[in-house]
Design a protein around this ligand. Structure first.
Ligand SMILES: NC(=O)c1ccc[n+]([C@@H]2O[C@H](COP(=O)([O-])OP(=O)(O)OC[C@H]3O[C@@H](n4cnc5c(N)ncnc54)[C@H](O)[C@@H]3O)[C@@H](O)[C@H]2O)c1
Ligand SMILES: O=C[C@H](O)CS(=O)(=O)O
Length: 482
């Protein structure tokens, strides 16, 4: 299967000397060949979306946009298993987690279709200012135009839809550049939108690696870049984007704080999923667990027992909890971080071994604050368990990071929970829930070096519009527009 860029509903198969192999990370078989867009193709995709925006999309009424998004959701429901298989094949994601991703993607489309008809501006009380009598003021949201969406490998459907659905909902066109390791979901999604009645050119897809992403960032007809991916690439994009609007959804080393009064059994159970689902390759994966010292041993024991029950193997099997990482190189990189930490005195409580791209779920203790496994985004099934004594110390340890995306706090004391939630330097805090839990309707996006801007359907919709003010002096307004 060859996968090319999709422009105005047509697949482009540019002549290109170096095709990119899309590899099933578990079977290590090539499942598709990606034809990278050359600079002309990337530019053609943007120019086409720009024309379609001015000729069609900016005039499309809300009810039509809502209907297309609703139809897309219905089609996704019908094609659910195809997308589940695709995600499992291209990302190596265990099938039960792929199913959860598709179900969330469905909700993203439904939230977007419902919000379209309720997305309002406001009327301002202009006479709040002295001299403002006889005036009305309106705030309206206008679509930005063409949005360049650049996405990562780990949620190849849902994180794409977090950009595409809100942008369509507010009347924009999108040129999407999916991750080159997992481009098939996006290819199928473009087909799905076409079948749902989205006019050609509203969603164009350009295939390839970083250089194709750069072409979008540098194109003067792209009005906004919405990027999800790593911090180094996010930095480059921010620097190159000049005056374009940007949303950057970047990395994290998410902390989870467990106080002695918490339900330890529950916390341990949740944190097995929180740290190890999809081999820790989620930006809000639980990477740091801070546990009050009086119950450190009890928690660690429980946590180890539960972790050792995880089933490793073929991601196509329903019983598999842990499949491969995205590549063997990534598994090797994470493995060397474990070895480095061990050399510095850290202890592997369970796991710590690698077979090809499969890294066993690994719990570490005795980890020092500057070791990579805790200080950097590990993006692998590795979690560090660290004791604390006071609330103040727990907050200080959790905030000791360049990142601030999402955290979990486990305690039965609501006053403490709220106090800690306020003190954590995070985009989001969950109480009695893991950092890794996300619903697609809440605001989501980090502080510090975890990013800029928010997603979560309604919040992403706001970020895909220009806020325009229109005022009227109604004492002197008369006549008709033409
Ligand atoms: N905050 C979030 O919501 C969130 C969600 C998922 C993943 N992530 C982050 O994504 C990272 C893992 O994903 P990844 O390995 O695919 O990330 P990545 O940064 O390597 O790649 C992301 C995308 O950027 C493109 N790209 C690479 N270089 C580029 C450049 N110079 N200009 C423009 N585009 C470029 C890639 O081709 C890909 O499509 C982790 O750091 C993870 O935390 C964040
Ligand atoms: O990888 C980070 C993602 O934001 C995870 S999720 O799709 O939002 O759960």
């Amino acid at each position: 299967m060859k996968i090319g860029s999709i422009i105005h509903g047509k697949t482009y198969e540019d002549h290109h000397e170096s095709l990119i192999n899309v590899v099933d990370p578990y079977r290590k078989e090539t499942i598709a060949e990606l034809i990278p867009a050359n600079p002309d193709t990337a530019s053609r995709a943007v120019n086409d979306s720009y024309e379609v925006f001015h000729e069609t999309m900016k005039h499309m009424p809300a009810y039509e946009r809502a209907a297309i998004l609703r139809k897309a959701a219905d089609l996704l429901e019908k094609r659910r298993e195809t997308f589940v298989e695709t995600i499992t094949q291209e990302a190596g994601k265990p099938v039960k987690h792929s199913r959860a991703e598709v179900d969330r993607a469905l909700q993203v489309l439904r939230f977007a279709s419902e919000l379209v008809n309720h997305f309002t501006g406001e009327v301002l009380p202009m006479d709040a200012a002295s001299g403002g009598e006889n005036r009305w003021g309106f705030v309206v949201h206008e679509p930005l135009g063409v949005i360049g969406a650049i996405t990562p490998f780990n949620f190849p459907l849902n994180l794409v839809l977090h950009k595409v659905a809100p942008a369509i909902a507010t009347g924009n066109c999108v040129v999407l550049k999916p991750a080159e390791k997992t481009p098939i979901s996006s290819y199928k999604l473009a087909e799905l939108f076409h079948d749902a009645g989205l006019p050609p050119g509203v969603l164009n897809v350009v295939q390839g690696g970083g250089e194709v992403g750069e072409a979008l960032v540098n194109h003067d007809k792209v009005h906004k870049i919405s990027f999800t991916g790593s911090l180094p690439v996010g930095r480059e994009i921010r620097a190159a984007a000049d005056l374009k609007k940007v949303t950057l959804e970047l990395g994290s080393n998410s902390p989870n704080l467990i106080f002695a009064d918490a339900d330890l059994e529950y916390a341990a159970e949740q944190l097995v999923t929180g740290a190890f689902a999809f081999s820790g390759q989620a930006c809000i994966s639980a990477q740091r667990i801070y546990i009050q010292d009086s119950c450190f041993e009890q928690f660690l024991q429980l946590y180890k027992e539960k972790t050792m029950q995880l089933t490793t193997g073929d991601p196509r099997e329903e019983s598999t909890d842990i499949g491969p990482m995205i590549t063997e190189e990534e598994a090797e990189r994470a493995f060397t971080w474990i070895e480095d930490a061990k050399a510095g005195g850290a202890v592997v409580e369970t796991g710590g071994t690698r077979d090809g791209a499969v890294l066993q779920p690994t719990i570490m203790t005795n980890v020092e604050r500057n070791m990579k496994v805790i200080a950097e985004e590990v993006f692998a099934p590795i979690v560090s368990v660290v004791p604390f004594s006071t609330t103040e110390e727990a907050v200080q340890l959790a905030n000791d990071s360049i990142y601030g995306l999402q955290a979990g706090v486990f305690t039965q004391n609501i006053n403490r929970a709220l106090q800690v939630a306020q003190q954590l330097e995070m985009g989001g805090v969950w109480i009695n829930e893991i950092s890794t839990y996300r619903q697609d309707n809440h605001p989501y996006g980090g502080v510090k070096q975890s990013g800029i801007g928010k997603e979560g359907v309604k919040y992403a919709m706001e970020d895909t519009t220009n806020v325009k003010f229109i005022g009227i002096n109604h004492r002197y307004s008369s006549g008709t527009a033409d």
